[in-house]
Design a protein around this ligand. Structure first.
Ligand SMILES: Nc1ncnc2c1ncn2[C@@H]1O[C@H](COP(=O)(O)OP(=O)(O)OP(=O)(O)O)[C@@H](O)[C@H]1O
Length: 251
């Protein structure tokens, strides 16, 4: 679904390639987390994938095709929900449909209503984003990301600003969504436990410049509950990942 082929990228103000000849591959329907120390370049991988940044060399393929030959091939959810405060929740969700065009008003409303119902926000359609809790705003932002109709979702620390309990319930909620429609998810997080609870595979950034990602399989199947975190193999993996990150520096 997503393939980096020898991708190199340098920020203009820097004198080195932060991404240096990087190759990796994500299969369709996988849920893969990327973990690594703060500032190591995780979000840069997303910004290259969605063409917010231009690569120096290499190729990025989505669904087997070069990204430059495609539009709307990925949905992107940044760390902050970025709902537009002057639009209602429903109007925020309409945005990707308006940008895409080709749908009647009634069709757009029907899609927005279905998406809101799916994330448990049917009653929030006419509210302002400021009237929602943090968890509700993240669910609305996720619904808007899904309405891009992309098979590939890039979620950049979507729950980092939430309190502990809301975060746990959002993780469970996201797993349920993913188990239902099996889109390909690439998920950046600082939280090792969050990574292993959600993912089938974890990609670890062990060094900057990023030349490779260390891929580690998570020894748990789906459907999954938090009980899996008590499995000795999961506990061992959590400690192994923490050690890997510590080797590189403070998280
Ligand atoms: N526009 C920019 N120009 C120059 N340097 C940048 C730019 N954006 C990010 N950087 C630098 O590139 C490095 C990687 O940034 P990036 O946001 O990809 O890291 P990250 O791993 O996602 O960090 P975090 O986990 O803290 O969000 C950082 O050192 C950052 O200072």
């Amino acid at each position: 679904m997503l393939e980096f082929r020898h991708v190199t990228f340098q920020y203009e103000v820097e004198d080195f390639n932060i991404i240096d000849d990087l190759s990796f591959h994500i299969a369709p329907g996988e849920f893969v987390s990327i973990i690594g120390a703060s500032g190591c370049g995780k979000s840069t991988i997303f910004r290259l994938t969605n063409q917010l940044l231009p690569m120096k060399s290499g190729e990025i393929l989505v669904g087997g095709k070069d990204i430059h030959a495609q539009k709307r091939y990925c949905g992107y959810m940044p760390q902050k929900d970025l709902l537009f405060p002057w639009r209602t929740v429903g109007q925020n969700l309409r945005l990707p449909l308006e940008i895409r065009g080709g749908l009647s008003n009634a069709e757009m409303e029907a899609r927005v209503d279905a998406a809101l119902a799916q994330v448990g926000l049917a009653d929030a359609k006419d509210k302002a984003p400021s009237e929602l809790s943090g968890g509700m705003r993240q669910r609305a932002a996720f619904a808007r990301t899904v309405l891009t109709d992309s098979e590939l979702l890039l979620l950049d620390e979507p729950f980092s600003a939430l309190d502990f309990l809301t975060r746990i319930s959002m993780q469970e909620w996201l797993l349920g969504q993913w188990e239902a429609d099996r889109k390909t998810v690439l998920f950046i997080t600082h939280d090792v436990e969050e990574a292993i609870f959600l993912s089938s595979r974890v990609l670890v950034v062990e060094e900057t410049p990023i030349r490779r990602l260390t891929s580690i399989e998570v020894p748990a199947g789906y459907p999954r509950t938090r009980a899996c975190l008590r499995d000795p193999r999961m506990i061992e993996l959590r400690e192994q990942l923490i050690d890997l990150l510590r080797k590189r520096g403070v998280q």
